[in-house]
Ligand binder design. Structure first.
Ligand code: SPV
Ligand code: MG
Length: 290
């Protein structure tokens, strides 16, 4: 069964699925063990992992290879954040061929111009494409996929760009018309009001995807009460959790002049062996090394 089908089945079963951000195969494996339904191959997280801003600097190849490794390490459906699709509709065609072949369940393409600027930054340059141009990119994506269950998700940045709900709804309808399987609506308001109002007003047939990173009050319960939302993406919690843990432990080791205190608070080396699959290496050594 394809990963796209797997994600669709999970949505049918649960109504709403929870997808955790990742930036590496290990983070994807941890998200799978924790019980998430899928992995968000986040451009923001991968950029941060490379110590770079999320402004189209990480290449398609870097993102694609990480995404492929995340599919393999987690076994979960991966929703690939392909930003603007790395250029125009021609670049999108190439990206869809590559991402589908690499095992993605879905791609999210946003209606910003290339190079993009990260959405949550205050005062960011948020230039949107003409609607027709973005429709062409969505149509190109849909025409290129081989598996009809491979999801093409159109991300509308009209609220991020400050263009208001009417523009966001009109753009979303145009993207649905172009063939998008879902609409991702993003907002950087500190409360869920803007997105909740958009969801209530949405008259389209395709479900909505949300990334409630800026407005933590938007709980799964609240999303379910609204209906229409099929996917919740927890957008940047893997990298933020990793940074929190590393900053704390690094500081502690320097402050305490050794690792004794830090060792009590972090996982054991045995736990890392488990995550690496060392058990299997031991078994295979017994079996095959002569
Ligand atoms: C990402 O995680 O790369 C996203 C979500 O696109 S956000 O950074 O909030 O725009
Ligand atoms: Mg992104």
């Amino acid at each position: 069964m394809s990963k796209g089908r797997q994600l669709k089945d999970r949505i049918a079963e649960r109504g709403l699925v929870q997808v955790m951000a990742g930036h590496s195969p290990l983070s994807a494996r941890l998200a799978a063990e924790a019980g998430f339904d899928g992995i968000w191959a986040s451009g923001f997280e991968l950029s941060a992992l490379h110590g770079l801003p999320d402004v189209s600097l990480v290449t398609m190849t870097q993102h694609l290879e990480t995404m492929r490794a995340m599919v393999e390490a987690s076994g979960l459906p991966v929703v690939a954040d392909i930003d603007t699709g790395f250029g125009n509709a021609i670049n999108v065609i190439h990206a869809i061929e590559q991402y589908e072949r690499a095992g993605a369940a879905a791609v999210v393409i946003e209606d910003k111009s290339f190079p993009k600027v990260t959405s949550l930054i205050a005062g960011g340059r948020q230039d949107l494409l003409r609607v027709e141009e973005f429709q062409g990119k969505i149509e190109a994506a849909c025409a290129t996929r081989r598996d009809p269950d491979f999801l093409v998700i159109a991300r509308c940045e009209a609220l991020i760009a400050g263009l208001g709900e009417a523009e966001a709804l009109a753009r979303s309808a145009a993207y649905e018309e172009a063939g998008a399987d879902m609409i991702l609506i993003h907002s950087k308001q500190k409360t869920p009001d803007e997105v909740e109002s958009y969801v209530r007003a949405w008259r389209g047939k395709v479900p909505i995807v949300v990334v409630p990173t800026a407005y933590p009050e938007f709980t799964v319960e609240r999303m379910k009460a609204l209906g229409k939302i099929a996917v919740a993406i927890w957008g940047n919690h893997a990298i933020r959790a990793a940074v929190t843990a590393m900053q704390r432990v690094f500081r502690q080791i320097l402050d305490e002049g050794g690792i004794r205190g830090a060792d009590r608070d972090i996982v054991s080396v045995e736990e890392i062996f488990r995550l690496q699959g060392m058990d299997r290496v031991k078994q295979d050594e017994k079996r095959f090394l002569r």
